[in-house]
Design a binder for this molecule. Structure first.
Ligand code: SF4
Ligand code: SF4
Length: 346
């Protein structure tokens, strides 16, 4: 394992332990939207490109300032999002700056712009998730003709150069049916993979799984995991998808939480230990609650962060967030799973 990655991971876990022991709210892991630009237009994208037509891109120094402010609030892990982070010419300098503060950093990317010329930049990251939605047919349906092969080439290049990569697929009716192919391709490539729910469900229309289809999918996902498929999520977090207690709803709100048992879902820690910062300056509990928060440019970072203590929801049926909340809640099984995954980072 890379010694520097180990140090940054240890730094993060030490801060997490202190936050939990002292029962403090700290934005330990922040999803940071680096850019409004993207070379794709996926139909289900969570980013509001219309609104961004007038939004101003942050300069390098402004990003450094955001990193400083987040670090001062206790952040130890920055997760770069876009748009497409690789569209920023200063991306390498930004990664260096985050690392200079001892923070762990990874990114989600569509992979299309990754090539030999910018490989040295990507190699600086502690992890990379490449979005590939199912197999070639389903991926190119959502992402455009020829995109699957380009994304796979990026994965191959990164693996060949020792970068820790995972394949990140959205979960729709079309992609759910390709689980066997995603698992097999990931195994051949030597990478992990995960499925994740579509954030803006209305954008995927009839492609969103019904409750029954959702349950069937996660039964198969769990079965694949138990049989050794390289799925990133822990068995524990997948089992929570099968225990979800609310019918006809994927979010449990404060006012109704007494009706549900927390052994059936993982209490949300977004807004307590995690948050999302959009490129306009909005700070939200997660990218699913986009718009429900204050803007640091208007009220400052501390006030915008403090506002999130009033979050309206207490849990949601999302395997990615459930997985994170289990780790941040120091569930023994999930922390062990996360540590073993980190240990594999080269
Ligand atoms: S690649 Fe990502 S940011 Fe770009 S349009 Fe697709 S989902 Fe949105
Ligand atoms: S429960 Fe938490 S992770 Fe889920 S939508 Fe609400 S704030 Fe986001």
């Amino acid at each position: 394992m890379n010694f520097k990655v180990m140090l940054r991971s240890a730094n993060f876990f030490k801060s997490l332990l202190w936050a939990r022991i002292l029962n403090r709210r700290v934005p330990l892991r922040v999803g940071l939207q680096l850019t409004k630009y993207c070379n794709m237009r996926c139909s289900y994208c969570y980013a509001d490109f219309e609104r961004y037509k007038t939004a101003k891109e942050l300069s390098t120094d402004e990003i450094f300032n955001v990193v400083d402010e987040l670090h001062a609030l206790g952040c130890r892990w920055i997760w770069f999002l876009g748009g497409e982070p690789m569209m920023r010419e200063d991306f390498g300098r930004i990664i260096d700056y985050v690392h200079s503060k001892g923070m762990f950093c990874d990114m989600n990317s569509n992979g299309i712009l990754i090539n030999k010329d910018n490989l040295s930049t990507v190699k600086k990251l502690d992890g990379v998730a490449i979005s590939i939605d199912g197999n070639e047919e389903t991926n190119d349906f959502y992402r455009g003709k020829g995109m699957y092969q380009k994304a796979i080439k990026a994965v191959e290049l990164l693996v060949a150069n020792g970068v820790s990569v995972r394949i990140h697929s959205i979960l729709t009716k079309k992609t759910a049916a390709k689980l066997d192919q995603v698992a097999e391709r990931s195994r051949q490539l030597g990478v992990t993979f995960n499925y994740c729910e579509v954030l803006k469900k209305e954008t995927a229309g009839d492609d969103i799984l019904s409750d029954k289809e959702h349950e069937d999918f996660y039964k198969r996902y769990l079965d694949y995991k138990k049989r050794g498929a390289p799925i990133m999520h822990s068995i524990e977090s997948i089992e929570y998808m099968l225990k979800w207690p609310k019918t006809n709803g994927t979010v449990i709100y404060h006012e109704e939480c007494s009706g549900y048992d927390t052994k059936d879902y993982v209490p949300c820690l977004s807004g307590d230990l995690l948050c999302f910062v959009d490129l306009d300056g909005g700070i939200y509990a997660c990218n699913g609650t986009w718009g429900d928060g204050l803007n640091y440019k208007e009220v400052g970072f501390k006030k915008a962060w403090d506002y999130l203590a009033q979050r309206k929801c207490v849990g949601c049926r999302c395997v990615g967030m459930t997985s994170l909340h289990s780790i941040f809640g120091l569930s023994e099984k999930s922390v062990m799973h996360a540590l073993l995954s980190i240990a594999k980072i080269k």
